[in-house]
Design a protein. Structure first.
Length: 357
């Protein structure tokens, strides 16, 4: 019996490692491809149509949601008023577009860390929209992370080399403004999706399917209004590598969703949050190595500050499992990628213990 119990524990541990490796690996590829597509030219020409990437992601995501709904025998038919999905999708598409656009002006590590500012807005929106409550520890962690990110932004280079201007200050300010817009829009999207889960009892795969379906239509509509729909496909025809990279980007995102849902379902949100913290640190480090970004000693110190707070949150949460007091506050991840996907984007966001990049 003891040997069987030991073997079971080994199997569980191995499964957890496989899920974590799948999440980190898929999102690592996703991050590197984001940076390559938005910052590095194809045959001397830089791709500019961010909405096209959003469309590709949502197109892959809707088939993922439909396939998983059918696999698990969930009802995939429309459960909530369509206009509510349109509102969620508009905010989601605009948020993701701002996220991609920001990479034209600031480096990927800045974009990744910038999402940490989402902790405060999400908590505030959660209080305003969902009536949530947070303990002192949650507020202190959010404050420490925000201070660390601010220190990173102020103590070293953050501009992307592909900016529209040679003025790095101009590029940095424009990129940071886009990140602020991303945080504001995405901070609204998650609570709205939470309300759909609670009010209409939609399953997670049902919501993934409908949010991505409507979002794909919204992104096509945006490209049509801007007159960029045909130019985006024309660019793909002239530069097949871009199309291949866009498809790889979407495939990496959907792959991450499978591992994310599997890990959250079997091991919970706390293990997932810890995994995402490792993923963020790994992605930032590899971005610096791969694309040779400059970094100062103070920026390294600020990274230690940010991830020290995040890892403390994960470790303290894991150690409090089983403690009745651990139920107080929100134990789901607070960062962008640290949530269960809401629409298969960067990772997915889950605020209803749920999420969908």
């Amino acid at each position: 019996m003891a040997q069987e119990a030991s073997q079971d524990r080994m199997n569980v541990a191995a499964k957890c490692v496989i899920y974590a490796g799948g999440i980190i690996g898929a999102l690592w590829v996703y991050g590197l491809l984001q940076e390559k597509i938005m910052q590095h030219p194809y045959d001397g020409v830089t791709f500019k149509e961010s909405e096209f990437l959003v469309f590709c992601n949502r197109f892959f995501g809707l088939w993922f949601g439909l396939g998983m709904a059918l696999l698990y025998k969930e009802d995939w038919t429309l459960k909530a008023p369509l206009w509510k999905y349109v509102v969620v999708s508009i905010s989601n598409v605009l948020a993701t577009t701002c996220q991609y656009e920001a990479l034209k002006y600031v480096s990927f590590p800045v974009q990744m860390l910038g999402k940490s500012f989402k902790m405060m807005p999400v908590m505030l929106w959660g209080i305003a929209i969902g009536g949530k409550r947070y303990g002192m520890k949650e507020w202190l962690i959010a404050l420490f992370v925000t201070m660390g990110v601010t220190m990173f932004l102020l103590t070293g280079p953050i501009a992307s080399p592909s900016g529209e201007s040679t003025d790095t200050t101009h590029n940095s300010m424009k990129g940071l403004l886009l990140l602020v817009l991303f945080l504001a829009l995405d901070g609204i999207t998650s609570p709205m999706q939470q309300l759909l889960f609670e009010r209409y009892r939609t399953s997670k795969y049902n919501q993934i399917f409908w949010v991505n379906l409507v979002s794909a239509c919204v992104s096509v509509g945006m490209m049509t209004c801007r007159g960029s729909l045909f130019s985006a496909f024309a660019f793909c025809g002239e530069h097949p590598e871009l199309l291949a990279n866009a498809l790889e980007l979407s495939a990496a995102q959907v792959t991450s969703q499978f591992f994310i849902y599997s890990q959250v379902k079997e091991f919970g949100a706390l293990v997932f949050a810890a995994t995402m913290n490792v993923r963020q640190l790994f992605s930032i480090m590899t971005s610096y190595i791969t694309y040779h970004h400059s970094i100062t000693a103070l920026q390294v110190l600020s990274l230690c500050f940010v991830f020290g707070a995040l890892f403390y949150k994960s470790i303290s949460g894991l150690m409090s499992v089983g403690d009745p007091q651990s139920a107080v506050g929100e134990r789901t991840p607070l960062l962008d990628d640290a949530k269960v996907p809401k629409n298969v984007e960067d990772p997915p966001e889950s605020r209803g213990e749920k999420s969908m990049a």
